[in-house]
Write a protein that binds this ligand. Structure first.
Ligand code: GLA
Length: 395
């Protein structure tokens, strides 16, 4: 926690350090299991150390004041009339979370909040979930303290409420993966999550002499929500067709590979059939990846990552030139075991499993070829896997 951030809080909101508390929540990288979460399927994300930090201080009125280190304009909102802030350019994630928390029965108090966002925005690394979980944790902690309530905050519940806020305030009908990973991540662990009932297992990320390298296309995403919701809708159509033959299934995740092969002809629309095929096999790949990681079989894990990307490119059709170029160039480097897009797609980032002694070559070669082919540069981060949302000490 930097003194600068505290000074900046005081310069906006006045007072002294007294009463200020700090919270953080991270972005995430998904190792494998893409577009499976809203189909009740399996995912395998990990929380990053890149995170959103929020400084918070309670107020005696019902006002929520929001500002960020990289913004000039403060947002002032009334906790009792939150529905009017749905169209804000910035601030709707936070106010959506506040609104949904109150609807879920949490008693909140007015607060001043200063954000410092270190997850690159719009990069597919869940900068939005980081803001949502940091906000939820700050608001609930402040509200509890104001009422003298002492309890362990239910982070899974905060993840679910943040997901609803994203549906209602941002218009993205996202699954639970990002908010869950941001809330529940653990240092050096990946989360093997079953999105049907939220059972999960933390799996140590033992990568030996390899690292996870994230490559950012730096493509400005403009059509994210529309295309995302369209894919979700296509899956729902596929499900309802298959339910005619498999009346007991509630999610596509309950369709086995064998079921799919037996009944796929029922889906006459080729596009819908391709979407379903991706989901069915991607779920299998998550299960195999977890097994491979537990057996220290990084070669197999890398192979599954590659298959995942190919399926997202050819069947689910959510990649595009930028992501495909990063992946193709990555796979040319000796020492890369696997490379795939991560997150929703349509721009954003890839994740690659790279041998330590190939990382320099990876960054320079992939970077150079990407710029030559796409016309602007990519960014690279060596991922460090960190903890989920938490309060941090103000020193
Ligand atoms: C976005 C959504 C997640 C998930 C991924 C794709 O990150 O927020 O819920 O659906 O896309 O796997």
């Amino acid at each position: 926690m930097s003194d600068l951030l505290i000074d900046s809080f005081i310069s906006y909101f006045g007072g002294t350090k007294k009463g200020i508390r700090a919270f953080r929540a991270p972005g995430r990288v998904n190792l494998i299991g893409e577009h499976t979460d809203y189909n009740g399927g399996f995912v395998f994300p990990a929380a990053l150390t890149m995170s959103t930090t929020v400084l918070a201080r309670p107020r005696s009125d019902r006002q929520i004041n929001l500002i960020a280190t990289d913004l000039k304009q403060m947002v002032n909102a009334d906790l009792d009339h939150l529905e009017q802030y749905k169209d804000l350019k910035w601030g709707n994630y936070q106010l959506g979370v506040a609104d949904e928390l109150q609807k879920a029965g949490y008693s909140l108090c007015g607060c001043d909040l200063l954000y410092e966002d270190k997850v690159p925005l719009g990069s597919g690394l869940s900068s939005s979930a980081a803001i949502e979980i940091a906000t939820a944790l700050a608001l609930v902690s402040m509200g509890d303290a104001a009422k003298g309530i002492k309890r362990d905050i239910d982070m899974v519940e905060l993840a679910k409420i943040s997901q609803i806020a994203e549906h209602n305030y941002v218009g993205v009908k996202c699954g639970i993966m990002d908010q869950f990973a941001s809330a529940m991540g653990k240092k050096d662990m990946a989360i093997f999550l079953d999105c049907r009932d939220l059972d999960y297992e933390l799996v140590p990320l033992k990568l030996g002499s390899h690292k996870i390298v994230i490559s950012n296309t730096n493509k400005k995403r403009s059509l994210g929500a529309g295309k995302y919701n369209e894919r979700r809708n296509e899956c729902e159509q596929g499900l309802s067709i298959l339910q005619k033959a498999l009346p007991d299934i509630k999610f596509l995740r309950e369709v086995s590979v064998q079921d799919f092969l037996t009944h796929k002809e029922l889906i006459t629309d080729e596009v819908i059939r391709k979407r379903v095929e991706h989901v069915v096999y991607e779920n299998e790949r998550v299960l195999e990846s977890v097994k491979a990681l537990k057996n220290n079989d990084l070669i197999q894990f890398g192979k599954l990552m590659n298959e995942s990307h190919n399926s997202l490119r050819d069947l689910y059709e959510v990649t595009g030139d930028e992501l495909d170029t990063l992946v193709e160039e990555a796979r040319k480097i000796n020492g890369v075991l696997g490379s795939r897009m991560t997150g929703a797609g349509f721009g954003g980032c890839t994740v690659s499993l790279v041998r330590d002694d190939s990382i320099d070559e990876f960054i320079s070669q992939v970077g150079q070829e990407y710029e030559r082919k796409i016309g602007y540069s990519a960014s690279f981060y060596i991922s460090e896997i960190g903890d989920g949302g938490q309060e941090i000490d103000l020193v």
